[in-house]
Design a protein around this ligand. Structure first.
Ligand SMILES: NC(=O)c1ccc[n+]([C@@H]2O[C@H](COP(=O)([O-])OP(=O)(O)OC[C@H]3O[C@@H](n4cnc5c(N)ncnc54)[C@H](O)[C@@H]3O)[C@@H](O)[C@H]2O)c1
Length: 298
């Protein structure tokens, strides 16, 4: 296994955009795959903007930004361009059946010694890996949003993940300038388990009328020094993704994780969060929160 060379990123949503940007800046050719053409276009536009912003802030040379842009190609499916890839990062919708189909396609298209990573927020890495004949080369690489800013990658060992895969994943994480922790597989790992619980409780409190959304967020910022409140964080994560994580954790860890009915309503209403311009709060086209806006609960 190599910790250098081409990277295939599958899923060009919130996370895939940041992950593709990170590997391209670190010098890897990136094939960014998404079944949705609009999403592919949006992702390449956002990556270009991230790179241009990096140049404007003096963090990146203009020539480096231009070569990072040139390293990214897109496709609607994992195709022959993946035949010389060293790493695949699956970061599609949080759904086991989708992740299984992507892993099967990856196992068929990538070299036999490529590392296959999943960015699942909570699902079982062992269960995802069971889709293919070589589960030893499947590992969790859990990135955080927004990827360019967040330092940690949680590396999750599935039951069958071997030592070489773990060592290679750690090398890749170092290569993109991030820090890591290694976690033995458990539902929601170390991070999503806590963050999903807190976000869910914040929504229960909002639905009960305990305090306004602004004050619940302010409480966590000022009382506990969190950089953002749990409702702001849910808007950033996406309540559709948050709901899928809670539903899974509810089935495996029990009642504490039962999703707040308010989250179910929000997702049905299309209030998925900042990525669509509306969640607990509303956002303008630049993703900036509109003061006094948002969900009216009572
Ligand atoms: N949002 C977060 O803060 C966050 C943080 C860490 C991990 N994650 C995890 O990362 C993954 C992606 O989350 P996201 O927030 O980027 O979701 P998203 O909804 O923004 O993007 C998911 C993308 O996957 C694409 N997709 C669906 N099926 C596909 C397929 N078969 N092949 C290729 N593309 C496909 C969709 O078109 C969409 O663009 C999920 O597993 C999620 O749990 C999310």
């Amino acid at each position: 296994m190599k910790a250098e060379g081409k990277v295939v990123v599958v899923g060009a949503g919130l996370m895939g955009t940041g992950i593709a940007h990170g590997f391209a800046v670190a010098g890897s050719p990136v094939l960014l795959v998404d079944t949705n053409e609009d999403q592919r276009r949006k992702a390449t536009g956002q990556i270009a903007k991230l790179l241009d912003d990096g140049v404007a802030r003096g963090k990146l040379e203009a020539a480096s930004a231009a070569s990072a842009k040139a390293r990214i190609t897109t496709a609607a499916a994992i195709d022959q361009q993946a035949a010389d890839a060293a790493l695949l990062v699956e970061t599609a919708t949080e759904d086991l059946a989708i992740k299984h189909s992507i892993l099967r396609a990856a196992a068929a298209a990538l070299p036999a010694d490529a590392l296959l990573a999943t960015n699942t927020s909570a699902l079982s890495v062992s269960e995802i890996a069971a889709a293919i004949d070589q589960p030893s080369r499947v590992i969790g690489m859990h990135f955080f949003n927004p990827v360019p800013k967040m330092k940690l990658v949680e590396i999750i060992k599935g039951l069958e993940t071997d030592a070489e895969s773990l060592a290679t994943a750690i090398e890749w994480v170092k290569r993109i300038g991030k820090d890591h922790i290694v976690v033995n597989e458990a539902p929601g790992f170390t991070t999503s388990r806590m963050s999903a619980l807190m976000g869910n409780q914040a929504m229960c409190m909002l639905a009960e009328g305990v305090a306004s959304a602004e004050d619940i967020d302010k409480a966590m910022r000022l009382a506990f020094n969190h950089p953002m409140g749990p409702l702001e964080l849910g808007d950033l994560t996406g309540w559709d993704t948050r709901l899928r994580v809670l539903q899974y954790l509810h089935t495996v860890l029990g009642e504490a994780f039962r999703p707040s009915p308010l989250i179910l309503k929000m997702v049905k209403a299309g209030r998925h969060g900042r990525k669509v311009g509306r969640g607990v709060y509303d956002y303008d086209e630049e993703g900036v929160r509109i003061p006094g806006s948002g969900l009216k609960v009572n």
